[in-house]
Design a protein around this ligand. Structure first.
Ligand code: SAM
Length: 390
């Protein structure tokens, strides 16, 4: 039987050896001492762009996660210091073994080792994989059921959603200028048709990290989803995220920097665009969903019938026409636009994204092109047109 003091030495010996022979996978430090500013620290292994093994330490204070990348030897020193000075338990996963280390309130050391059956191969990921703007350990991911509680790992079946969230935040990071995101007043954002609020929380996490004064409002017509959002925000003590029950058309917005509306149904996307234009919102990001309205109202000429007699082609055509008209309406209202694929088609067919940045220069040619398209397809009624220009 080892003496209790030996347990500490054995644990640090396992840690050091695993970092040298590359059998280290991750260590989670938890149960902080009262003076410790973090709830937990997770250290995991990855390869940097030069293919060297590095250790990422993620310091989680319950609101934000700060990441530090260290060489294995420096990581060993940092982990040892954290365990001696700031945390009382550590769970080390290396090779096919789990080592659970604990320092009791009486100052003795316990060590429990356990062979883990069917251990998956070592998780040595490329740095690109690990450099997510929203890291897997972001606490809201647990609240929304994307990561598992305790381990802070993305659930296998929710990986697509996790990637989609990160892709979205990456797009927003390119859309908004740094002068705004890091300003002392922060960014005021609205998420129209926020649904289960994945993107509302992701935006809240990302913006708050850059400027603590940032805020996001989720507007959703389904009351039960609004309650869900409020519950998760309150469990995280996130007062910068608020939720309103109601429709986009009835909402009252002012002094907003960014409007997003992803996969809001049919004309809800038009309501969001119209609201944003009328409130002179400088940045807009929409990913349209179903496109029923134009399909019902357009009457293509006879020469297009051989194409549009196929339901699926007619649907896609109506989608393209609707989104082209939306882009033209934005340009005619003084915005510079981009239209691109959001996530790959294998994940969702609703994968077109439109972003718009206000320039204030109304594009007359776009307005004329919009009218010409409507005429060409005998589109008597285009919903967004009506919202904007009566
Ligand atoms: C497909 S979900 C998308 C949710 C979220 N934006 C996302 O991308 O994860 C669309 C949500 O928009 C809401 N919605 C649709 N039309 C709306 C409207 N006019 N006003 C407010 N919410 C609306 C629906 O209730 C639904 O929860």
């Amino acid at each position: 039987m080892n003496s209790q003091h030996d347990n500490r030495l054995i644990f640090f010996e396992i840690l050091a050896t695993s970092l040298v022979d590359n059998s280290f996978r991750r260590v989670t430090l938890s149960k902080p001492l009262p003076s410790t500013p973090w709830k937990r620290v997770v250290a995991s292994v990855y390869r940097n762009s030069q293919h060297e093994i590095q250790i990422a330490l993620e310091y989680d204070d319950g609101r934000q996660v700060r990441r530090e990348n260290l060489a294995p030897d420096d990581a060993r020193e940092a982990i040892q210091r954290l365990l001696d000075e700031s945390f009382t338990t550590a769970n080390l996963r290396w090779a096919d073994e789990n080592a659970q280390f604990e320092r009791t309130s009486r100052g003795s050391y316990r060590l429990k080792r356990q062979i883990v059956d069917h251990a998956p191969p070592p998780v040595i990921q490329h740095n690109r994989e690990k450099n997510y703007l929203i890291p897997p350990s972001a606490p809201f991911l647990v609240g929304l059921g994307i990561a598992s509680a305790g381990r802070g790992e993305i659930k296998r079946e929710r990986y697509d959603k996790f990637r989609q969230i990160n892709k979205f935040v990456e797009i927003i990071s390119h859309l908004l200028p740094e002068s705004l995101t890091t300003s002392s007043r922060g960014v005021r954002a609205i998420d129209f048709g926020s649904g289960k609020h994945y993107l509302t929380f992701a935006l809240g996490e990302y913006l708050r990290h850059l400027s603590p004064a940032s805020s996001v409002i989720g507007i959703e017509q389904r009351e039960e989803l609004v309650t869900l959002g409020r519950d998760v925000a309150s469990s995280l003590r996130w007062s910068h995220l608020t939720f309103q029950a109601g429709t986009i058309a009835d909402s009252d917005i002012n002094s907003v920097d960014l409007v997003i509306a992803l996969h809001a149904c049919d004309t809800a996307t038009d309501d969001a665009i119209a609201k944003a234009i009328m409130a002179e919102v400088p940045y807009i990001c929409v990913a349209p969903c179903c496109h029923k309205y134009v399909r019902k109202h357009f009457a293509p000429s006879a020469d297009l019938k051989p194409i549009l007699r196929h339901g699926i082609l007619e649907e896609r055509f109506a989608e393209s026409l609707t989104d082209s008209l939306r882009v033209l309406a934005l340009e005619a209202s003084g915005y510079q636009t981009k239209l691109f694929e959001f996530v790959s088609l294998e994940h969702t067919a609703k994968n077109v994204m439109i972003t718009a940045t206000k320039t204030g220069r109304r594009n007359q040619a776009s307005r004329e092109a919009l009218c010409a398209l409507k005429e060409k397809f005998s589109l008597r009624d285009f919903y967004l047109d009506r919202c904007l220009w009566g």
